[in-house]
Design a protein around this ligand. Structure first.
Ligand SMILES: *[C@@H]1O[C@H](CO)[C@@H](O)[C@H](O)[C@H]1NC(C)=O
Ligand SMILES: *[C@@H]1O[C@H](CO)[C@@H](O)[C@H](O)[C@H]1NC(C)=O
Ligand SMILES: *[C@@H]1O[C@H](CO)[C@@H](O)[C@H](O)[C@H]1NC(C)=O
Length: 379
């Protein structure tokens, strides 16, 4: 598998960096956040969501940690092999980011009247593992869990303290026992994403297989005090499933849609016998990332190789069908979070410097390191 082409997330990030909206907005709809994931120092790049839905670069804020790039041949733009390396919670008004190179997690408060205004709370805390690469925040916004994907791999959770930041929670450090390296070697055989089930009663981590051996989801029960079951349940994809990547909750069902970089997507039904169905996407390269739109009721999946966006509907019986496919630029134009300059690519630090000299000077952006995307929308 070759993960070597600039991808949708990068292009979206670039569009945030180059659009010409004014700085420091209270009149926007919210904010979008990325991490630079640079080994010299990790920064959160913050873009305002303007009233018309375009993005405007606002500021870069240090996480006080370092990023890193997984070991891959060729070296591609998927540095952490993950989804969810930065995660915002609207209920908690917090933003968490991984520092994969320093094995820590940073927590910020989000100013709900101006969500571009974020402030580090306390110091970054140890992820209690190596190569932290994905984060989940519970519905109440008071528990943050991290997935470590390096030599020391597994999950670990923190409670959120408004003054201290992240505080280690007992009985949440759980190993996956994968044979991995630090930084992780991939993309095959790496951890992918961590998520809570919709009811918050399970914490789920996805792991890619090493072809021909399929990957799996690791499922821990979350007790009422936030602690985790001692062991995880292994749920494997149906026949043909291979590389479970990002996980998106299917609302109202006890189920998860997982992109599958080896085939298309998998639907995991936790309601009955933990059945999984596999839906191929014809012509896919590697389908990696996904999200759900409450407005359309459909899922949107992106492919790192083809940059195609695939719109998927999941019916009441958890049958997934492809609704439509969009080439990259068309998809970007449809997006409500896109600047008119969406064709831009990320390697253009110079764009940043010329368009935003006051705030962006000195911020290093590498297309192969830039990771993650999360948003905070004003209520
Ligand atoms: C771990 O993986 C390495 C590299 O593939 C291999 O050489 C080693 O034997 C593996 N160790 C175990 C315990 O499986
Ligand atoms: C399905 O998975 C859930 C979550 O791991 C587990 O609690 C349940 O026992 C599983 N059900 C079956 C029938 O295996
Ligand atoms: C999502 O959509 C449903 C039905 O269209 C609506 O009832 C619900 O409030 C929406 N949820 C959010 C979070 O917007």
């Amino acid at each position: 598998m070759k993960f070597s082409i600039p991808v949708l997330t990068s292009a979206l990030a670039a569009s945030a960096l180059v659009s010409g909206a004014p700085l420091g907005r209270r009149d926007g709809r919210g904010a979008v956040y990325f991490i630079t994931n640079e080994p010299e120092g990790n920064m959160v790049i913050v873009a305002n969501i303007n009233a018309d839905g375009t993005l405007g670069l606002n500021r870069a804020v240090s996480t006080s940690g370092r990023g890193s790039h997984g070991l891959a041949d060729p070296v591609g733009p998927d540095a952490l092999f993950s989804q969810g390396s930065i995660k915002a919670s609207a209920t908690g008004k917090i933003l968490a980011a991984v520092n994969s190179g320093s094995n820590t997690v940073s927590l910020f408060s989000i100013d709900s009247s101006d969500p571009t205004n974020i402030n580090l709370i306390g110091e970054p805390v140890s992820s209690e593992g190596e190569f932290p690469m994905s984060l989940a925040i519970n519905g109440a916004g008071n528990q943050v869990c991290v997935l470590n994907g390096g030599t020391v791999n597994g999950v670990n959770c923190f409670s959120v303290d408004s003054k201290l930041g992240l505080v280690a929670m007992p009985n949440t450090l759980r190993s996956l026992g994968l044979n991995q390296t630090t930084p992780a070697t991939g993309p095959a055989g790496t951890t992918s994403h961590i998520a809570f089930s919709e009811d918050g009663k399970q914490l789920i981590a996805s792991v890619k297989g090493v072809p021909p051996t399929p990957g799996f989801l690791a499922v821990w029960d979350v007790n009422t005090d936030g602690t985790l079951s001692a062991d995880f349940q292994t749920v494997t994809p149906g026949s043909g499933g291979l590389l479970p990547f990002s996980m998106t909750v299917i609302p109202g069902k006890n189920a998860i849609l997982a992109t599958d970089a080896g085939v298309g997507f998998d639907i995991f039904d936790f309601g009955g016998q933990n059945q999984s169905s596999v839906v191929p996407i014809t012509g896919q390269g590697a389908t990696c990332w996904s999200s759900f739109s409450n407005q359309t009721g459909n899922f949107y999946l992106t492919d790192i190789i083809t940059s195609t966006v695939t719109e998927v509907n999941v019916d009441d019986n958890l049958k997934g069908t492809i609704v439509k496919q969009y080439p990259k630029l068309q998809a970007l134009q449809r997006s409500t979070m896109t600047s008119p300059l969406s064709g831009a690519r990320t390697s253009s630090t110079s764009w940043l410097l010329t368009r935003r000299p006051a705030t962006a000077a000195g911020v290093t952006i590498n297309a192969n390191n830039l990771q993650g995307m999360t948003s905070f929308v004003k209520q």
